[in-house]
Design a protein around this ligand. Structure first.
Ligand SMILES: [Zn+2]
Length: 370
């Protein structure tokens, strides 16, 4: 889930919106508008609408605070956080990297629901302290109090990747000392919970004639997907155990002169069928060039553009060492959104690791295991 609209930075963490967020924002404003109007028919249309919008904005602020709590604990524990994205089903923190121990995992997970519960308590506390009259402010605080308790409770459901699932994972990890097994078991629980949500939602929709059932089914489906993905990643990680980048990288990456035109390179590319070229400038490695980079230049410019101008300079590339575990290299690829990584040792290019080699390796392995 990447942000498509950036709002700015808080504590160095990028905050953004995914397009799907607009759908939920509209739905919440509409439903709040209807709810407030029904409860207080004497209030004017403008007042109710303004109140609905203000309450919805504060709700998203509460969601952000929940995510910020996760992110700040992760950062304090030395795990970098890239961004927080609000989307149709809530918020998500892009935490780059994994907890190194069960305790850290537990703290990062629990602080989110705790934050929501504290906000809920503060809202109800304010309602209790304020004079007993139905004012717009009270209506807003009451709704925010319930919704924050709801957020805390829902996130504590032990279905990975919900916070409760992460807590479960950290406890399993702490008890067994086996992080991968804990991830697998937490993800299976997540799939079970997701399946239950889908079933419950469908039953509600068809037998209870409740449209909200569709929403529950949708959340369940999302959980099923996410938990399934986590399970696949966990089993991939196991497949990559003890495999180093140097074991499967290609050593014979073709070289190309940086002063050559892109047109010449494309002709060679077609002939050789290679996907990656090491660019040499005056005898030393200057960067990498792939079909992806060539596509950035329009065809008519190929004869007059130099390879140097389209390559990815070595300094900007995330190089890995031959002894880097393959799983870590794949994480770098995914994070940087690249298909190739240069493999370097002592500032010397040993080879290139591309997705193609990883796929080949996986295929061979799967055939041998059958
Ligand atoms: Zn959370």
């Amino acid at each position: 889930m990447r942000s498509q609209i950036r709002l700015g930075k808080v504590f160095g963490i990028q905050i953004g919106l995914h397009y799907s967020w607009f759908l939920i924002a509209l739905l919440i404003v509409f439903s709040l508008n209807a709810q407030f109007h029904l409860a207080n028919p004497a209030w004017s249309v403008g007042l109710v609408l303004g109140l609905a919008i203000a309450t919805a904005v504060l709700f998203f602020v509460c969601l952000l605070l929940h995510e910020l709590a996760h992110s700040l604990v992760a950062k304090a524990r030395g795990i970098p956080v890239r961004e927080i994205t609000l989307f149709a089903l809530g918020g998500v923190s892009q935490i780059d990297g994994e907890s190194t121990d069960a305790k850290t995992e537990f703290q990062i997970a629990i602080v989110g629901p705790l934050t929501s519960a504290v906000i809920g308590l503060l809202c109800f506390g304010a309602v209790y302290a304020l004079p007993k009259a139905v004012t717009p402010g009270i209506a807003m605080l009451t709704w925010l109090g319930y919704i924050n308790f709801g957020l805390a409770a829902f996130n504590l459901v032990p279905g990975y990747p919900l916070d409760g699932g992460r807590i479960l994972r950290s406890v399993l990890w702490w008890k067994s000392g086996d992080a991968e097994r804990a991830t697998h078991n937490a993800a299976v629980t997540g799939q079970v919970v997701g399946g239950l949500f889908v079933t419950l939602g469908i039953v509600q929709f068809f037998f209870g004639a409740n449209v909200g059932g569709l929403w529950i089914a949708f959340i369940g489906w999302f959980l099923l997907q996410a938990a399934g993905e986590t399970r696949r990643q966990a089993s991939l990680k196991r497949a990559f155990e003890n495999v180093r980048v140097g074991d499967i990288m290609s050593h014979d990456c073709a070289t190309v002169d940086g002063h050559q035109s892109v047109q010449d390179l494309v002709e060679r590319l077609f002939k050789s069928g290679r996907r990656c070229f090491v660019v040499m400038d005056d005898g030393h490695v200057a960067g990498l060039v792939t079909p992806q980079d060539i596509r950035q230049v329009s065809r008519t410019q190929w004869p007059v553009t130099l390879v140097d101008a389209v390559m990815r300079p070595l300094e900007g590339l995330h190089a890995v060492a031959p002894e880097t575990p393959l799983g870590n290299a794949l994480q770098v690829m995914a994070k940087e959104n690249v298909n190739q990584l240069p493999v370097m040792s002592n500032s010397h290019l040993d080879g290139v690791l591309s997705r193609a080699e990883v796929l080949n390796y996986l295929q061979t392995r799967a055939e041998l295991e059958q």
